[in-house]
Design a protein around this ligand. Sequence first.
Ligand SMILES: [Zn+2]
Length: 404
Amino acid sequence: MRSEGAGSLASLRELNRRRLVDELRRLGLASRAELARRTGLSRSTVSSLVTDLQSDGLVVEREIDGAGPQGGRPPVLLSLERSAGAALGLDFGKRHIRVIVTDLAHAVLADLERPIDTEHAAAEGLEAAAELVDQALIEANVERGHVIGAGMGLPGPIDSQTGEVGSSAILPGWIGVRPQQAMQELLAIPVRVENDANLGALAELTWGAGQATEDFFYVKLASGIGGGVVVNGQLYRGAGGIAGEIGHSLVDERGPVCRCGNRGCLESVASTRAIVDLLRPAHGDDLTIEQVIAHAHAGDLASRRVIGDAARALGVVLAHVCNIMNPAKVVVGGDLGAAGAVLLDPLRDQVARHAVPPAAGRVEIVPGVLGRRAEVLGAAALVLRDVEGFALAPAGNAGNRKIV
Ligand SMILES: [Zn+2]
C-alpha cells in the first residue's frame, strides 16, 4: 500500500512538472509567481519543481533589465533552456517566402526572406521554402532533430475538411494542393497550416500589442481584409476555421462587385487595393499603399479622405464585432495599420458611435506592433503555444536529460 501511495505522489509530481513546462513554453518568460497563478499550483510547489527543472538543465533564470511593474527590483524570470527545442515559422506571401527559427523561450534565432514570383507553382514555392529552412537552421545553429514543429502561413482559406487551398486563394498556383501534407513530407517535421489573419492575432498575442490581453480582435488590413479572434488567451477558430472573417461583411448593398462574388463587401471598399485604385487617377498607375500613407501624412487631402472613408466602413463592422465579443482591444495590423491617426481616429469615432456604450467604452483600438513580421512570427507561435499538438523533442535529442 505504501509503495502505491508513493507511486501516485510521484506521478502527480510528474503531471505538475509537465504543466509547468507547458506553461513556460506558452509564455516564453515567466516569474515563479505567474507560473503559480496560471497553473493553480502553490508557490512552494512551483519553487520546488523549478529547482528540479533547473538542476536537470531544462529551465534557466534570465536577467531582465529595468525595474519591475511596481518599481524596485525586477522579478527573476524563468524560461526553457535552449536545448529543450526550437520552433519554425514559415510565411508564404504573394511575392515572398519568409522563415524564422525561435527557441522555446520565444527568442528569434534566425529570420530569412527570399522573393518569389507571384505566379509560382506550389511545388516550386514549397521547395524554395525547404531550402530557406535549411539555411535558417544553419544560421540559428539548430539541428533539425531539435525542431518540434513548423507553423505555415498562407494568404488564403484552407478547407478544414480536406486541408486543400480553396479556389478563392490569392495564390492561384496552389489551388487543390494540400500544403500541410506536402510541406511535412519535404521537411520531415510536423507542420500545421493557418491563415494569415489568425497568425497575425497569435503573433500580437505572443509578442505584440495583444500581450497579456485575454480577449481581443485582430484585423489585418492589406490587399485582403481578415480577422482573428482571441478569447480567454487562445485563438478561437469557430466550427470550420472561419471565425473573424470580416472582409466579406456587407457594408454597401450597391457597392462594387467583390472577388467573392458578392457586392459591397468591406474588402471591396476598404482593402489597400480598393484605396490605391481610387487614388490612381490622381497619383499615377504605379501608386503603392506605402506612398498613399506617406501622402496622407504629408497632408494630401484626397489620400486622407480615402483612408478616412475606409476607416469609417471598417468601424461599422468593428462595432458589430465589439457588440458580439466585447473585446478589450482591437489590434489593427497589415499594411494599412501603419497609417496611424489618419486611420485610427475615424475608426475610433465610428466604433464609439455604433457599438453599444458598455462595449465601446471598454475597447481600446491600437495599431499592431509587428508589421510585416506578424505572419511569420505567428506561424512559430502556432508551434510554441500548441503544447498538445507539438510534443517536446524526446529525451535523446536533448542529451540524456528528461524533458517531462
Ligand atoms: Zn466579398
